[in-house]
Design a protein around this ligand. Structure first.
Ligand code: SF4
Length: 76
């Protein structure tokens, strides 16, 4: 089985929406989102691989503004 890596991306418009930013922090069960000093959403890169692909962040945001991308490592 190739290993899987996850990358989570938040649109800059969505990240700057403080209400949405708070919602993202709330919904993610594994703390992938955090708020920066300005209350904008940021992705905690060290936690990205903990993502359980629950899709709650994607559903919390307007279509296309939060993306959870699955990356597979090519077998050697
Ligand atoms: S899919 Fe679930 S676990 Fe992954 S970042 Fe979104 S809310 Fe967090």
């Amino acid at each position: 089985m190739p290993s899987m890596f996850i990358r989570v991306e938040v649109d800059s418009k969505a990240a700057a929406d403080r209400e949405l930013a708070k919602k993202l922090v709330e919904v993610c069960p594994v703390s992938i989102f955090d708020l920066d000093d300005e209350g904008k959403a940021r992705v905690v890169e060290e936690n990205e691989d903990e993502c359980v692909l629950c899709d709650l962040c994607v559903q919390a945001a307007p279509p296309g503004q939060v993306r959870v991308i699955k990356l597979y490592e090519e077998p050697a």
